[in-house]
Design a protein around this ligand. Structure first.
Ligand code: NDP
Length: 309
């Protein structure tokens, strides 16, 4: 499956028969969401013919075009949209109705048609929590979390950590200003959960053992990147999760493997955020909130797509 990259001018051929979904991004050509979702839809159609005419597209949309794109996709009858870089934060001010969890995160990655408006959600936190549990046996509730990064992905992860009742949350980021800005945004959501900020070069000596380390920095995307933290400088962590999935093993994950610390990359998070989006769309179309999603098929399609790149 190699879905063409569409642009807004392709909407002149809509409405088309069938139920249509799309991911919008800039750039979009490297997104593995279309093969992942279309594999899921093909699998669902084997058991339920209603899914046979569902199709997930990808659109290249410049940030300046986003307001018009959201209106035109609604008018064209699309059921749902995923948003990726750089639209997740931009869309918050364009969507009239946003679920409370997504509003706390300050970003939406899933839009669901509700008559003549879009309803916004954020499924990244669900994807993270589910992947931690499935792949590392690590529940966020009660965990001592060391979260690396203070950008958009870190903010989503931090909100999920607080909503799920971690025991403590430490944010590690090299730039003090972005770290402090994130801490200020999180403070009203923390309740009684201890929340603090640390510099990666100045970690205190009294960190607890058994930390759940989550990398939400982009350090590791390039092979020349140094790891965002030296795991050997920490009391033995219980597990290490890296949101990066391409490359499949960052230097951070390689060090975890060398130290025999359970570790996982971000592919499971991508799969489970996508599965949760699909559940939202299926619920909107059929009323069924707990449709089983073939996440194993989605993962295999995502891996095949990454290998093909
Ligand atoms: P942002 O650009 O918003 O934030 C980047 C963060 O990484 C900042 O905290 C920045 O620190 C830090 N950083 C960047 N380079 C380095 C470096 N060389 N060393 C240490 N820290 C560094 O990006 P996002 O938050 O949107 O994305 C972060 C990562 O998460 C990306 O790799 C992305 O691919 C991944 N991701 C994965 C998802 C999944 O489903 N698996 C979903 C969403 C994101 P500073 O403030 O100091 O600049």
């Amino acid at each position: 499956m190699n879905e063409p990259v569409l642009s807004l001018s392709d909407l002149t051929t809509w409405p088309r028969p069938g139920t249509h979904l799309a991911v919008l991004g800039h750039p979009i050509k490297h997104s593995i969401s279309p093969p992942m979702h279309n594999a899921a839809l093909a699998e669902l159609a084997k058991a339920d013919p209603r899914f046979a005419d569902w199709k997930y597209h990808r659109f290249e949309v410049h940030p300046d075009e986003l307001p018009g794109a959201l209106e035109r996709l609604l008018a064209a009858g699309f059921l749902g949209i995923n948003l990726t870089v750089p639209h997740k934060i931009l869309a918050v001010d364009l969507i009239a109705r946003i679920g409370p969890a997504a509003r706390d995160v300050g970003a939406v990655n899933t839009l669901v048609r509700d008559n003549d408006t879009w309803l916004g959600h954020n499924t990244d936190g669900h994807g993270l929590a589910r992947s931690l549990l499935d792949e590392l046996g690590a529940a966020l509730a009660g965990a001592d979390v060391l979260l690396l990064g203070a950008g958009g992905a870190a903010r989503g992860a931090a909100v999920e950590c607080l909503q799920r009742g971690v025991r403590s949350l430490r944010i590690v980021n090299r730039t003090a200003a972005t770290r402090d800005a994130l801490l200020a945004q999180l403070a009203p959501l923390a309740g009684g959960i201890p929340l603090s900020g640390l510099a990666p070069t100045d970690l205190p000596g009294n960190l607890p053992t058994g930390l759940l380390v989550i990398n939400a920095t982009s350090a590791g995307l390039k092979p020349t990147d140094a790891p965002p933290i030296d795991l050997a400088s920490l009391p033995r962590p219980r597990a290490v999760f890296d949101m990066i999935y391409n490359p499949a093993e960052t230097k951070l994950l390689a060090q975890a493997r060398a130290l025999d610390i359970p570790a996982a990359n971000g592919l499971g998070m991508l799969v489970h955020q996508g599965a949760r989006s699909l559940q939202h769309w299926i619920e909107a179309a059929t009323g069924r909130a707990d449709a089983p999603i073939p996440t194993d098929v989605m993962r295999a399609a995502a891996e095949a797509s990454l290998a093909a790149h």
